[in-house]
Structure formats: structure tokens, C-alpha cells
Write a protein of this length. Structure first.
Length: 430
């Protein structure tokens, strides 16, 4: 028991003792006890009233000087108030620092609620998205960036999703946007100016496209002369081997240049709307099968299984090139006597074109890298088989443009299955 409580109890019992003593003297103990208790109660009510008035007034009036336990309570509340004031001051200075640092950020940051209403934004976001300080808070973010792809991006809010967008208020600039969920149903929209990166990327594309284009003519001349020399009977026999090797290498270079040109074209058309047509996939696959079966170097049994006759909405030449690449690879990486099966199937979730083989297969660690440009699992083996290392990069690009995905399953020494999964909205029932 603390001192204040002991003091209060002592005071209370002393009062009772005095009341009893006076009562005994006056001959009416009960009356004096009652009077003493009523007095005691009134006194406490008065203290309670002062205490309440002080609490209600906050910091506006000085703390009352109250006796015993009430005094202890007052000093405890004063200590609590001081601590909370200190905490408030610390938060205020933290918020000030946060505001200062977020204003200095080169990237834009906008806080949105679950209805996509703007709750807060920093200076960079203001100038990037054309938001004005006070008046635009509380408005929908879509009112400031009225692009369908942006509206879709904000409404769908796919985890980890990013959007690259031509700047709405700064011609020639490009922004990358990301939505990060936090707290209870709030989201942070991060906007980064990637104009420099987009320019460098476009310079790289132009360089590759131009270099490939420029290399084509000299290569045609070279292969022409090499052909003529190979057929020239007047040349010494010892030229036969080097000429053959040169012709093989020139052919390889032509294949590389051709595939680089295809990739450049696909990249250049990336942002253009594609002109999609009805593609009869079963007929296309049958044509690819017939062509591959008649081609040189086919040592495996090549089959086509049609579990569906559905058509696809797509670009026929690109789909042909992608499917052809998968079939050529399956044949290339399957030793003689193996089996290659092309399969076309469709259900409510979409359609799938797969090529399975019983070939050399790929280690699990290599699978994620197969679609990188010039990536070959076994450099020597790929080159010996005329591989360029761009085929699967082309497949990936074509599929991306059709909203499709490439899935790869493989077991070293047992075989592989390369599947193209098309979404249901691209599938047309035959
Ligand atoms: P390449 O022109 O070398 O075939 P691709 O881009 O088409 O280039 O393929 C990349 C690499 O993936 C190949 O070098 C090969 O190692 C591996 N690969 C592709 N298809 C298969 C397959 N069906 N079986 C085993 N390995 C494959």
C-alpha cells in the first residue's frame, strides 16, 4: 500500500473516530456518524468536480492541488500527458522529415485508397501527372491519366505489375508505374521517369536492326561468290574443303542475320496494334508437319495429334514461325529413332499447342534461360546442329504478342515438351 492510500485511510478512520467520540458525548452516535460520512462524500464529490473540470479543460487550466490519492492521480495524468506530448513532437518531426525527403525524391509517389481516390502526393508526382496541391486531393487518379491501359492497370492492380506509359503531360517522356499495396486497403503509386532507358533501348534496337540489314547485302555477295567458286572446275582440289567450310559459316551468318531481323521487326511492332485474323491452326500445323517430314535431317518419327479443330485469332506468319521453330528444335535435339509429337488441344481455359520429343532434354537450371538471345545449353552441340540461339527468343516474342505463354518441361536424356498456352479470348471455335 502506498503512502497516499495510507494517508487517505488514516484520514477516513480519524473522521469516523471523531464522529463516534462526538456522538458519544452528545448521546447520538448514529447521527454524528451519518453526518461525518455525508461530509466525507460531499468533500470527495467536490474534488471529483474539480478533477473533471481540469481533465475537460486539457492544458488550458493549471493542475488543481488535490489531496491524497487524488493528488497522486493528478501527477500520474500530468506524467502521461508529458509523455504523449513528447511522442507527438517526435512524430511531428518525423512526418516533417518524411515530407521533406519525399518532396526531394526524383520519383513520383501518390497514395490512393481502395476507391482510387488521391489521398496524398509528392512534388514530383504533382509535376509528372499534372496534380495541383490541395484541390486535386480527394479526386480519382483516373481523371488525370485518361488512358485505357492506365485505367486497366489501376483497376486490376496485379501484384508486381508494372506499366510503361508515354508521359501524359510531357511529350517525349516515358514513365514506368508500379502499384504497391500497404496498410488497410491503401496503395502507393510509384512513378519513375524512364525516358533515358527508353531512348537507350530504342537506340539498341535501331542499331541491331540497321547492323543486321547492312550485313545482309555483303553476305549475299559473299555466298554468291562462294557458290560460284565451289562450282568452278578450274580451281585446285585443295580449295574444296576451305570453300565448303566458308560456305557453311556464311550460311550460319545469314541465318543469324535473318533471325535478328525477325526479332527486330517483332520488337519494332511491339507497341503497334496487331492486325489479327482467323488462323486455321490445324491446317497450319499439318503444313508444318508435312514440310518438316520432307526436310533433310529428319531421323525421328514426327506425328500430329489434333484434339481440337479450334482456330486462333492471330498473325499467321508469326505463329507459323514460332511453331516451326519448336518443331525444328525438337527434330534437331532428338537423336535418330526418337519420336516428336505435335499436339493441338483447346478447352474452356484456352488452347495449347505443344511439341514433345524423346530427345536430349535440358537440365532444370537451364530452362529459365532458354529464351534469352544466343543462349545455348551446349554451345558446341547447338552450333554443330546449325543452331543460332535466337529461335526461342523469337517464339517468346510472338507468344507475348498473342497474349500467350511458353511453358517448358524437360528431363535430361528423356525428352522435352514445349507448350504454347493461348488465352480463351484468342480461341475461335471452328
Ligand atoms: P538454337 O538455334 O540454338 O536451337 P533456340 O533459341 O531455338 O536456339 O534454342 C536455345 C537452346 O535451347 C538450344 O541451343 C538448345 O540447347 C535448347 N533446346 C531448344 N529446344 C530443345 C529441345 N527440343 N530439346 C533439347 N534442347 C532444346
Amino acid at each position: 500500500m502506498d503512502k497516499a492510500t495510507i494517508r487517505s485511510l488514516t484520514r477516513f478512520f480519524t473522521l469516523l473516530a471523531v464522529a463516534v467520540a462526538v456522538g458519544l458525548l452528545q448521546g447520538d452516535v448514529e447521527l454524528y456518524l451519518l453526518l461525518a460520512l455525508c461530509g466525507y462524500l460531499l468533500w470527495h464529490l467536490w474534488i471529483l468536480y474539480r478533477f473533471e473540470a481540469w481533465i475537460k479543460a486539457g492544458a488550458k487550466i493549471d493542475a488543481p492541488d488535490l489531496p491524497a490519492v487524488w493528488g497522486e492521480l493528478v501527477s500520474y495524468i500530468i506524467r502521461l500527458k508529458q509523455r504523449s506530448r513528447e511522442r507527438k513532437r517526435r512524430y511531428k518531426s518525423l512526418i516533417k522529415e518524411f515530407r521533406k525527403s519525399s518532396a526531394a525524391l526524383p520519383d513520383g509517389a501518390v497514395v490512393l485508397n481502395d476507391k482510387n481516390t488521391i489521398l496524398w502526393f509528392n512534388k514530383a508526382a504533382g509535376s509528372m501527372l499534372g496534380l495541383k496541391k490541395a484541390s486535386d486531393r480527394g479526386q480519382q487518379i483516373m481523371n488525370f491519366v485518361r488512358r485505357p491501359e492506365f485505367v486497366d492497370f489501376v483497376e486490376q492492380a496485379r501484384p508486381g505489375g508494372r506499366l510503361t506509359l508515354a508521359a501524359p503531360h510531357q511529350p517525349g517522356h516515358h514513365y514506368s508505374m508500379e502499384l504497391v499495396p500497404y496498410g488497410s486497403q491503401q496503395r502507393l503509386l510509384l512513378v519513375k521517369d524512364i525516358t533515358r532507358e527508353v531512348r537507350v533501348e530504342s537506340m539498341r534496337r535501331d542499331f541491331v536492326a540497321n547492323a543486321s540489314h547492312e550485313l545482309r547485302s555483303p553476305l549475299t555477295v559473299l555466298t554468291g561468290y562462294l557458290d560460284a567458286m565451289a562450282n568452278d572446275q578450274s580451281l585446285d582440289k585443295e580449295w574444296g574443303k576451305p570453300l565448303k567450310e566458308m560456305a557453311t559459316q556464311a550460311e550460319r551468318m545469314t541465318a543469324i542475320v535473318d533471325e535478328m531481323l525477325v526479332l527486330s521487326r517483332l520488337e519494332a511492332e511491339e507497341n503497334n496494334a496487331l492486325e489479327m485474323v482467323d488462323v486455321d491452326v490445324p491446317a497450319l500445323l499439318e503444313a508444318i508437319r508435312a514440310e518438316a517430314s520432307a526436310g533433310p535431317g529428319i531421323g525421328s518419327d514426327l506425328k500430329l495429334e489434333l484434339a481440337s479443330y479450334a482456330h486462333l485469332l492471330g498473325v499467321e506468319a508469326d505463329l507459323r514461325s514460332a511453331f516451326n521453330n519448336l518443331v525444328e528444335n525438337a527434330i534437331k535435339y532428338t537423336p535418330a529413332g526418337g519420336r516428336v509429337v505435335m499436339r493441338w488441344e483447346a478447352d474452356a481455359d484456352g488452347a495449347r499447342m505443344s511439341v514433345s520429343d524423346t530427345g536430349v532434354g535440358v537440365e532444370a537450371g537451364d530452362i529459365p534461360r532458354l529464351t534469352e538471345r544466343f543462349y545455348r545449353v551446349d554451345k558446341g552441340r547447338g552450333r554443330d546442329q546449325g543452331g543460332v540461339g535466337l529461335g526461342l527468343a523469337i517464339v517468346k516474342h510472338v507468344l507475348q504478342r498473342h497474349g500467350a505463354e511458353l511453358e517448358i518441361q524437360s528431363q535430361p536424356g528423356e525428352g522435352s515438351t514445349f507448350s504454347c498456352r493461348f488465352p480463351a479470348d484468342r480461341v475461335l471455335s471452328s
